[in-house]
Ligand binder design. Structure first.
Ligand code: SF4
Length: 368
């Protein structure tokens, strides 16, 4: 069976430094340290030069950590490194920011260097929960900084909204959504709080909220954002028309991307790899921790697990072109259609919206 590899390529770059550590965070991150940042950027440049084969890129995403905690000189150094990358004319170039460390000067620098999408970690407007999460911004700062982003020229702005906080009520969530809507931005990513091991919340023995309330909150978010003109295009993501995250669609379309930086993951030419999370190894040029070449079954498994996260699901023709196989030849697809968990229209196969909240239970059925 022939498998056609995708031509689309993207780049993710991880900047693992933060000004403060949030109580729920289990990402790959460290408290900011200027000496390490300089060495890190040198190592990042070497890694990119050793792996990147000059492909033309559809998207670049600088994430973290908190990339916006770098100072202007460090950001200038980062953008000089990024000049190695060959962007196409329409390239989506996204940059993650935190409210407390974006300044007019930094935002101008980002804009002048071609960044055209900001992803801003706001999480909540509620000061009680901002404290609980150890986020350092205030409600007023959120509004002021978003206005500065818009003044400078950024049109494509994502904000993160967290819900399912201990003791949070539906009314509190609703007030948060109202505040988010007033910002009038193009994209909202939502996350239900998960208490991960190795976080302060876990150590403090904080528990997740009741599943039924979590489900009510998810439904409320979906309905409220839809009523306000946002398109629910992925389980947890909502956008104004035409402002879907093209970078994240690379993942969900099971397309190719490089992951550069500490703890980053990549998927290139059928190989999935994870970089080391050990900063000393990374600075010594030992970038990759593990890699694995996928066989056809694993690639198709990923196509379903990732592709069915999209509300539109998987396009039948694209599937056929990629794998030279009819999607309906798959027993598991027919079984799930019979159970009414998957639906199909002329073009796509997708999860029945009544099952979106429990989509993980459906996706695991694709794992051998
Ligand atoms: S959530 Fe983001 S800002 Fe907070 S510690 Fe983690 S990476 Fe840093």
């Amino acid at each position: 069976m022939k498998m056609v590899s995708s031509q689309n390529k993207s780049v993710y770059i991880h900047i693992p430094f933060c000004d403060t550590i949030c109580s729920y965070c289990d990402f790959c991150k460290f408290l900011k340290n200027d000496e390490w940042i300089d060495k890190y950027l040198d190592s990042l440049e070497k890694e990119i030069k050793s792996k990147y084969k000059n492909e033309i890129l559809n998207t670049i995403y600088i994430g973290g950590g908190t990339p916006s905690c770098l100072n202007v000189n460090q950001l200038t150094k980062l953008f000089n490194i990024i000049k190695i990358l060959n962007k196409n004319k329409e390239c989506e170039f996204a940059f993650e920011c935190n409210i407390e460390n974006i300044t007019k000067n930094k935002l101008k620098l980002l804009y002048e260097n071609g960044v055209n999408r900001l992803s801003i970690g706001i999480q909540t407007f509620n000061e009680k929960y901002l404290n609980f999460l150890n986020r350092k911004h205030t409600k007023e700062e959120i509004v002021d900084k978003i206005n500065v982003c818009k003044e400078i020229g950024f049109k494509n702005i994502n904000i993160d909204l967290i819900y399912g906080l201990p003791n949070q009520t539906l009314d509190e969530l609703n007030s948060d959504i109202e505040e988010f809507l007033k910002l009038n931005i193009t994209h909202i990513s939502t996350y239900s709080l998960i208490i991960e091991p190795n976080t302060k919340l876990y150590i403090d023995n904080i528990k997740n909220i009741d599943d039924n309330l979590d489900y009510e909150m998810y439904k409320h978010i979906c309905n409220k954002l839809k009523d306000n003109g946002y398109n629910h295009y992925e389980i947890s993501n909502f956008s104004a028309l035409g402002y879907e995250s093209r970078h994240n669609l690379t993942y969900w379309n099971n397309d190719n991307y490089y992951g550069f930086g500490l703890g980053a993951s990549g998927y290139i030419d059928n190989i999935r790899y994870d970089n080391t999370r050990n900063i000393n190894k990374y600075l010594n040029g030992e970038y990759i921790k593990e890699s694995h070449k996928l066989d056809l079954n694993e690639t198709i498994e990923n196509e379903f697990i990732l592709g069915l996260r999209k509300i539109k699901g998987i396009n039948k023709e694209i599937f056929k072109n990629k794998y030279n196989k009819d999607i309906k030849e798959m027993d598991i697809v027919n079984k799930l259609i019979k159970e009414n968990k998957l639906l199909e229209d002329e073009k796509n196969i997708y999860i029945n919206k009544d099952y979106i909240y429990v989509s993980n239970d459906i996706l695991v059925e694709f794992i051998d």
